[in-house]
Design a protein around this ligand. Structure first.
Ligand SMILES: C[S@@+](CC[C@H](N)C(=O)[O-])C[C@H]1O[C@@H](n2cnc3c(N)ncnc32)[C@H](O)[C@@H]1O
Length: 251
């Protein structure tokens, strides 16, 4: 269950990005925020009584100091535990039902999930928010880990894109991820069908830019992989066509 209709502690969660993240957290006994930094998300969720308790976790001492200061400022030291460590290593089995990981790139997210798998810790809902919009994350959850993805969206805030996924490590996926076109390989059907034109245009631009860099790099190589180059050019064209179609629909 998600609560997209409420705004959660807007004096604490001041960006749309953090508001959206909070709105996807289901009511729970305990949640853990991995890479909490300032600690605002667990503080807001406990204050709003979405979570009865929370763990604010970070790998670096300085962010944790700031989280600790904010938790103390809100008189929540008894219900928000501040813990130092890598990823989910700070959580005991069956201690938290919900985990959030926000503000990290794909490599860090994948290493966190690999090193302390959330399904072995009893985590039922995992909410990811990353500035790297990449369909490989969804495919990894569905095809490799066989976890159910219940929600996917992109957020465009101050010209920056964020990818959000709500994943259930203890549930099987509805259907395998089987991209049928070059476009589907890069932007999931769910996103294509559910997101605003503005966000999809920004996403196509961003992906086309990255493809261009890759294509130029491959062309400069002494012996380019012709098949990979051909595929990248096809994908780039699919993004350009998709953007033109979206812009056409806007008129
Ligand atoms: C950009 S901040 C994001 C803060 C907050 N989650 C947000 O979205 O506003 C990333 C935080 O993740 C922490 N971090 C990076 N790698 C981590 C890891 N492997 N385990 C736990 N925290 C990590 C960093 O120390 C930093 O505080």
């Amino acid at each position: 269950m998600t609560r997209t209709d409420l705004s959660i502690q807007p004096d604490i969660l001041k960006t749309e990005r953090l508001q959206r993240l909070a709105s996807l957290v289901p009511p729970c006994e305990c949640m853990v925020d991995v890479g909490t930094d300032h600690g605002w998300l667990p503080i807001a969720l406990v204050k709003a009584q979405v979570a009865q308790r929370a763990i604010a976790s970070d790998v670096l001492p300085d962010p944790l100091k700031s989280a600790h200061k904010h938790v103390r400022m809100h008189n929540l030291l008894e219900v928000v535990d501040v813990r130092l460590g890598h990823g989910l290593s700070t959580v005991k089995p069956n201690e938290a039902e919900v985990a959030t990981i926000a503000g990290m790139g794909l490599k860090s997210i994948l290493s966190i999930l690999h090193d302390n798998p959330p399904d072995t810790l009893g985590i039922k809902t995992l909410i990811i928010q990353t500035p790297q919009v990449d369909n490989t994350l969804r495919a990894h959850f569905v095809n490799e880990l066989q976890w159910h993805v219940s929600h996917e969206e992109i957020i465009l805030e101050s010209q920056k894109l964020y990818h959000m996924l709500v994943v259930h490590p203890q549930q099987k996926p509805d259907a395998p991820h089987a991209p049928t076109s070059a476009l589907d390989q890069m932007i999931s059907k769910t996103l294509q069908e559910s997101q605003s034109k503005e966000a999809l245009i920004a996403l196509s631009d961003w992906l086309a830019f990255r493809h261009n860099l890759r294509i130029n790099g491959m062309k400069r190589a002494s012996s380019p992989d012709e098949n990979a180059l051909k595929e990248a050019i096809l994908q780039h064209q699919a993004l350009v066509d998709f953007k033109e179609k979206l812009q056409g629909n806007q008129d």
